[in-house]
Design a protein around this ligand. Sequence first.
Ligand code: A2P
Length: 294
Amino acid sequence: MEMVKDLQVFNQVLSLKNGTTVPGMGFGTCRIEDEKIADIVEKAVGVGYRHIDTGSAYGNERGVGKGIRNSGIAREDIFLTTKAWPYEMGYDNILRAFDGSMNRLGLDYVDLYLVHFPVMRDHYEDWQDFLLKTWRAFEKIYNEGRAKAIGVSNFTDKHLAVLQDHAEVSPVINQIEFHPGWTQFDTLRFCAEHDIAVSAWSPLGQGALLQSPVLKAMAAKYEKSVAQLILRWVLQHNVLPIVESKNPNRMKENTEIFDFSISSMDMKVIDELPPLLIGPHADNGYMLVEVDIQ
Ligand code: A2P
């Protein structure tokens, strides 16, 4: 896989390990309601975003699909991700869930289909087997060309190891919570070793990081906004940011991160900011705490 940190311009594409390409910055939709999202997706596409991220759990696939159809941009020029929620896991369930997502989106393929969380609550004891059954359905959907690529979300290195050992088609992306204060460097290392791209949900910590005095002072030094500084930090860690905004000015601001570079000393300062966990995470029951998955 090419390096995210080598991207020179907004929307430059990266090749994933199965040969598909993904535009280097994604637009997130997680907390935007179905009634509002079509218009917002249309605006994001208007600003230039070509990589849109949703999930069945967001309850907004209908609106996202409508926004894409209304954008006037050809379907093949947009990279769309959706995800299967834990209660959709299992072989037959996933096949049904995928059809449901496609019906709501009103599309006949997605660019990327993700397992949203590694563990379903009713399957703690046999989570590895259940994950593999789930993944077999993902592989079928991939082999049929209905998802151009398949991957996972919220997987740690330990969850990923199960798939690495048994999958026929290995995941191309792991989308994780990644922002200053929550870095998961072990998972990043595992993904780099196995050529799995990493994308970041809530790179701005859902806005919580924008008030950080350390980040404010550093952003002023680079003559950038705090949001731009953080998104640049994400890229320089070779991670694809999936950033969300309802406001076209801020959507645009978030793309203007290719004309500066953060020094390695400042990268380290950001790396070491105090912990900030947005979740859902290890204790929500969908990941199992580390000690349980040894
Ligand atoms: P808004 O939609 O009003 O722009 P994350 O991607 O980490 O989940 O963060 C999304 C949150 O950060 C949203 O509440 C969004 O609010 C806000 N946000 C996104 N971009 C910016 C920006 N450039 N400046 C300030 N706030 C931003």
